[in-house]
Ligand binder design. Sequence first.
Ligand SMILES: [Zn+2]
Ligand SMILES: [Zn+2]
Ligand SMILES: [Zn+2]
Ligand SMILES: [Zn+2]
Length: 406
Amino acid sequence: MSGAEEAGGGGPTAGPAGAVPAGVGVGVGVGAGPGAAAGQAAAAALGEAAGPGLPDEAGLAGARQLQLQEAAGDPDAPPKKRLRAAEAAEAAAAAAAAGSGKLEERLYSVLCCTVCLDLPKASVYQCTNGHLMCAGCFIHLLADARLKEEQATCPNCRCEISKSLCCRNLAVEKAVSELPSECGFCLRQFPRSLLERHQKEECQDRVTQCKYKRIGCPWHGPFHELTVHEAACAHPTKTGSELMEILDGMDQSHRKEMQLYNSIFSLLSFEKIGYTEVQFRPYRTDDFITRLYYETPRFTVLNQTWVLKARVNDSERNPNLSCKRTLSFQLLLKSKVTAPLECSFLLLKGPYDDVRISPVIYHFVFTNESNETDYVPLPIIDSVECNKLLAAKNINLRLFLFQIQK
Ligand SMILES: [Zn+2]
Ligand SMILES: [Zn+2]
Ligand SMILES: [Zn+2]
Ligand SMILES: [Zn+2]
């Protein structure tokens, strides 16, 4: 999937790299201060042609990611504004029927996602009969079907849909990228393919942060007010001890993050480490009200036999009715031990997978009497990422086990 997404212009899946540029992107936004005039000129030129001096691809990709996340919302996000979009599409359809309206308005109703009726922001999939679905809706439909234990179908024609039955429609993706789109900040129109750069680097109304953010200034506001704010910003004139206080707070959150990574590094030096790929498969409980849960086959790590179980939304009765999706998991020791077995464990994404999971280390002392952990959250970045896992047939992750020896 990841290879194909390159052609989508931006790509809907952030992947592990997506998390990093977000921080970088903020820095770029703040640093862009002096280039205001150039930005304005380029913005003016945007209407006719692509502005000169495109930023390098890597920078642009990072910017895109941030843009997608912040301004436009994640392209994989489930449909949120059905109503408004539906109205717009209806109006466009009416205009098309009347033979009036601009070409782009008529195209809008032709190229929009048949589920959320929005113009797709990234990849576009089609059912075997050609009905278009944006990546977010497509993945959402697959995840819903999995939760209801049904075959996913096209909402338009009810034909079966799956990752192998549906293919992307590059022509539609490219056509959509040429359609005009409104800047979320200044409300001016730009071709979609140029919008991201405009919102990220050129829009005078884009949200920026004060350059004294590093010493604690919380100001953020439209770019055209930035110079005035920065000239009047109180932070550079704060006394040393005032600044120390602010910096202490900031250090603390950094320290927390460093602690996590340091503890992972020190775990890596343990004598007994094991890791394995685990495959969660969906099952149903045979209760009166059946519930979906996931379980892996037995596997051996550190010479012991284990099983992992997972559940969706903490076994909420109808997880398919909720937009929020979470996964929690439990590690069970299946073999007998002669002495308590103290372990740290960590679940991360599997190889070849692009789901974003933050590392969290859990600890447990396994004994013959107490051989299963509580359900602990699998820290997936958000519901969209969670749907990516649920939409797949099996959930593939990688488990690390560290034996703590006293
Ligand atoms: Zn959609
Ligand atoms: Zn269809
Ligand atoms: Zn703008
Ligand atoms: Zn400031």
